[in-house]
Design a binder for this molecule. Structure first.
Ligand SMILES: *Cc1c(COP(=O)(O)O)cnc(C)c1O
Length: 436
């Protein structure tokens, strides 16, 4: 097969897919941290828009995408499904490799998919400011864009390690009118302690979430927006997999293996859930691989238990794989994968054997990224490059066994804002990952 890419208007779905409708056993519910009892969803109204909470608890299989959001999606969706013919050639593998390229979104990653939904729902309810945290800056940029699209202000707590590594991201958010501050910082109770001890504290997503949630609790006209982890965020991302399903079925194909990187789990859920449905409902045997960094090994080295989503312990307790809410990962370049927890739905699917996990070192990831760049000509975000490392391993495996299997992965974002990371990881002189 030759290199090709497909995107047609008809590939854009009209509904999100809710995997909970097809799970025989549901994940354990979130708990109220004060009572230790199952959380009353109305308690979330202090921080989230009501319609967002409705989606969070829905068991409907398909939830309609509002017309205004479909119109916003149509600016960049469907995203292309690309056949990686050059990568295949380079790896000398019989495997067919397809990728969904989310880097064409206005802010360069899949995060716009949920940002637009969340900004729309908040705007409908008359919310004046959306407050959030961001790691690498992709989520903050996506929300700043979505906020400006739907006429809502945004305030972003940005993890200091990323803020300093990626000053350009801050500019992008400010251009959309967002107010951006370094986290941990002096403006919240949750940040001040860390900040006063060490004004250069690298921060973590957990701390930044605490700062954002505290800000919302103190400002009733504002609501909180979260870029990953929650069921509804994963739900919004299913547009990725639903499109891929249509794009592949049009050429008579179905994946044998689906791969995505995992930070909080949303882009992986987005590409995989519509295909996991086939295993759950149609008895298919598709293999699902979630890929994480060795230094933040939530699924491969964490514990499955109740834990807070943030560091300060302000959020409900979520039943998930976690490294502990105090875990401060080293400031690696894949900032979007530095989260201590994992989405409860992805945790549940990993615990029940539907999804398997693996991890790679930063050097292996950058070697894989370079291999991809020089063959496909697309510079991946360092986060997405984790998925590529696993794709290359699977393709090499297929080369050994002669299997003509079909691999689908999510290229969750482009790496044009991560040139600095490429420079400090060997730049032009680094080796590429080639067949063993
Ligand atoms: C944020 C981000 C991730 C990690 O978040 P998930 O919720 O696990 O998807 C991965 N890739 C890119 C490009 C990101 O911006």
């Amino acid at each position: 097969m030759e290199r090709f890419s497909t995107r047609k208007k008809e590939h854009l779905p009209t509904h999100f897919y809710n995997i909970k409708a097809d799970l025989a056993v549901q994940p354990k519910p979130p708990l109220d941290p004060r009572s230790g009892q199952a959380l009353d969803p109305s308690a979330l109204q202090a921080i989230f828009p009501r319609a967002f909470i409705d989606q969070e608890i829905s068991r409907e299989r398909y939830l309609p995408i509002p017309t205004a959001v479909l119109e916003a999606y149509a600016q960049f969706r469907p995203t292309p499904l690309i056949y990686a013919a050059e990568l295949k050639k380079k790896l000398q593998t019989p495997a067919h490799i397809f990728y969904k390229f989310e880097g064409v979104s206005p802010t360069g990653s899949h995060k716009s998919n949920t940002a637009l939904m969340q900004a729309y729902l908040a705007a409908e309810e008359g919310v004046n400011t959306l407050v959030t945290e961001t790691g690498a800056g992709q989520w903050g940029s996506a929300l700043a864009y979505a906020g400006s699209r739907f006429g809502i202000s945004t305030r972003v707590f940005m993890v200091r390690a990323s803020y300093r590594q990626k000053p350009g991201r801050r500019t992008l958010m400010s251009l959309f009118g967002a107010q951006v501050e370094e986290s941990p910082g002096p403006n919240t109770e949750s940040g001040r302690g860390y900040f006063l001890k060490n004004a250069d504290h690298p921060g973590s997503l957990g701390i930044a979430i605490s700062e954002a949630v505290e800000t919302v609790l103190n400002n009733p006209a504002s609501k909180y927006a979260l870029g990953s982890v929650l069921d509804s965020v994963l739900l919004h991302q299913t547009v990725i997999g639903l499109e891929a399903e249509k794009q592949l079925s049009e050429i008579g194909m179905e994946p044998d293996t689906v791969i995505g990187c995992v930070g909080g789990g949303s882009n992986f859920a987005g590409i995989s859930f519509p295909f996991i449905r086939k295993n759950l409902v149609e008895g298919k045997k598709i293999d699902f691989i979630a890929v994480e960094p060795e230094v933040c090994p939530t699924l491969t080295g964490g514990e499955l238990r109740y834990d807070h989503g943030d560091s300060a312990g302000l959020t409900p307790l979520l039943y998930m794989y976690t490294l502990g809410r105090d875990f401060i990962p080293p400031p690696i370049h894949a900032g979007g994968l530095r989260y201590h927890g994992m989405a409860p739905l992805v945790s549940h699917l990993a615990a029940t054997g539907q999804v398997r996990a693996c991890s790679y070192s930063q050097s292996a990831v950058f070697a894989a990224a370079k291999t991809f760049y020089v063959s496909e000509g697309v510079l991946p975000a360092p986060e997405s490059a984790h998925a590529i490392a696993a794709v290359i391993e699977a393709a090499n495996q297929a080369a050994r066994t002669g299997e003509e299997k079909i691999i689908l992965f999510n290229l969750s974002g482009h790496g044009f804002f991560d040139i600095g990371a490429y420079e400090s990881n060997g730049g032009a002189s680094s080796s590429t990952a080639v067949p063993a």
